[in-house]
Design a protein around this ligand. Structure first.
Ligand SMILES: [Fe+2]
Ligand SMILES: [Fe+2]
Length: 188
């Protein structure tokens, strides 16, 4: 495990989350990226994936949108490009950079690209599980950040959780079925 690189990336991403330019507020670090690192680590072990690649992709997967809100709609594309720039600077190996890029490019439920590697599946599952586990952060985005009214917010959160569910692998679904059903019951 390249802990030196991961430590550098932890600092880089946490700093970006602290910046006033981050449209999501610091909660995207404390209630999305940070818990997702632990979820990704666990899934990588369960799924027999490359833990280092998964953790690096988790750290960088939303970075483009965190740094620049105007890139949000295509943050998977910008994020994959930026990952290449950052990781090349650290002399990370080309084949692992490519794998990290695939994880970022294919992590979104709203895009739901096919995934060809176990690492991509890990990152997409970890993203979905982090949303389900940190449901409060979705309420924050709907009501505070997007300023939605009550009904709009509930319907947006429901849609988001549903898209997250749809992008999950079968084994991820099996593990999180109960939690997903409980949340959907509450969301109505
Ligand atoms: Fe994302
Ligand atoms: Fe995410």
């Amino acid at each position: 495990m390249n802990t030196e690189l991961i430590n550098q990336l932890l600092i880089h991403v946490e700093d970006a989350c602290k910046s006033p330019n981050n449209p999501f507020g610091f909660g995207i670090w404390s209630h999305h990226i940070k818990p997702m690192i632990e979820i990704g680590r666990k899934l990588a072990k369960d799924y027999n994936a490359d833990t280092e690649v998964v953790i690096i992709a988790v750290l960088l997967h939303d970075l483009a949108a965190i740094k620049d809100g105007s890139k949000r709609k295509e943050h998977h594309i910008f994020g994959a490009e930026e990952a290449k720039t950052i990781l090349t600077k650290y002399n990370y190996s080309n084949n692992k950079i490519e794998l990290v890029q695939k994880c970022i490019l294919n992590h979104r439920g709203s895009v739901n690209n096919p995934k060809s590697t176990i690492e991509e599946i890990c990152v997409a599952d970890a993203d979905a599980i982090a949303h389900i586990q940190e449901i409060g952060s979705l309420f924050y985005v709907a009501y505070k950040e997007m300023d939605m009214d009550i009904d709009e917010g509930m319907s947006w959160i429901r849609g988001k959780i549903q898209r997250d569910w749809n992008k999950m692998s079968e084994r991820g679904k099996k593990q999180f079925k109960n939690k997903y059903n409980e949340i959907m019951k509450i969301l109505g």
